[in-house]
Design a protein around this ligand. Structure first.
Ligand code: GLN
Length: 309
């Protein structure tokens, strides 16, 4: 395999002159305070090697990347019947868009736009108090990453609870169409806390390694999902993981990936490695600007792609 540390170092060198590009998410006040001049990247290979560069050890708000972990939990609970509640098609609209939801009678397009993720959280809540559902997710992510130090940033969750008006609208809309079983404020409590998971690039790459390794984490020996389910989650990330920037991400990077408005991107090179990158400045569709550039450089310099070499 290519010298991954040398490749990461070269990416860091090429990114540094551009550091600060993009705009931090300011619709969540706590995220607006984050210094945009940060960049980190980590790679964990399926044979258990870890590579890092820059701010790879600084914890950041993973935001929508959490939707991958919540989806994995929901599929574990209800299996394929999840797809009665949420679709599997790219949305072609913004992550917090409401228009499609009305056209499609309260069934969100996919589990990664906000409406879809809120429905997925509702599924995971079945039989639980909201606090227990949040605890279950946190335990799951700690187990995946084999790292008990991972936490949820309550300040970020509170900040979003106070200002997440669009998510309140989306949730009420779905409740009106009977696609939420629990009270809106309970479901959003869970959703905002999952988005406030705080993780470093290295923790994120470790937690998602099972998706690069046929559903099992080769570092811990834990079997998480079947190979088929891992493939399917990767398919959803490829088609829907970057909202209306998903086509562009597939074109430039060519790997399944999931972004979050905290500036993180998690990506998978199936059979090879999991990757996490973080830089808080976002592009117009709400994906990390330099994160995507760095992943494009990584794909070009390693030859990793799901579309051939
Ligand atoms: N794209 C994102 O990361 C969005 C997540 C954010 N918590 C929101 O609901 O708006």
């Amino acid at each position: 395999m290519a010298d991954l540390q040398a490749i990461l170092d070269s990416i860091h060198t090429d990114i540094l002159p551009r550091i600060g590009e993009g705009k931090v998410a300011d619709y969540i006040p706590e995220l607006a305070k984050v210094d945009p001049r940060q960049f980190g990247m980590a790679i964990v290979t399926v044979d258990g090697k870890v590579y890092r560069v820059g701010d790879a050890d600084i914890a950041f708000s993973i935001q929508s990347i959490s939707k991958v972990f919540m989806l994995t939990l929901a599929l574990g609970k209800v299996g394929e019947s999840l797809w009665k509640r949420v679709g599997r098609e790219p949305s072609g609209s913004a992550f917090n868009s409401i228009v499609q939801l009305e056209h499609e009678s309260g069934i969100p397009r996919n589990p990664f736009i906000n409406a879809g993720a809120i429905a997925v959280s509702d599924v995971v809540m079945a039989g639980h108090a909201p606090r227990e559902a949040i605890g279950e997710l946190l335990r799951f992510v700690r187990y995946l990453a084999d790292d008990e130090s991972i936490t949820i940033d309550d300040k970020v969750a509170r900040s979003e609870t106070q200002t997440g008006y669009r998510n309140v609208a989306l949730a009420n809309f779905m409740r009106a169409y009977r696609n939420l079983d629990h009270p809106v404020d309970h479901v959003l409590g869970v959703y905002f806390h999952q988005c406030a998971l705080s993780m470093s690039c290295e923790q994120l790459a470790r937690a998602g390694l099972f998706l690069a390794a046929r559903g099992s984490n080769p570092m811990t020996g834990h079997s998480v999902v079947s190979p088929k389910r891992a493939r399917r989650i990767n398919a959803l990330m490829l088609t829907c993981g970057h909202y209306d920037g998903s086509g562009d991400f597939a074109y430039h990077v060519g790997l399944p990936g999931k972004s979050g408005v905290g500036g993180g991107i998690f990506a998978v090179a199936p059979g090879i490695a999991s990757i996490a990158v973080w830089s808080p400045g976002l592009n117009k569709v709400g994906n990390s600007q330099l994160g995507a550039v760095a992943l494009e450089m990584l794909a070009a310099r390693t030859g990793w792609s799901v579309f051939g070499d």
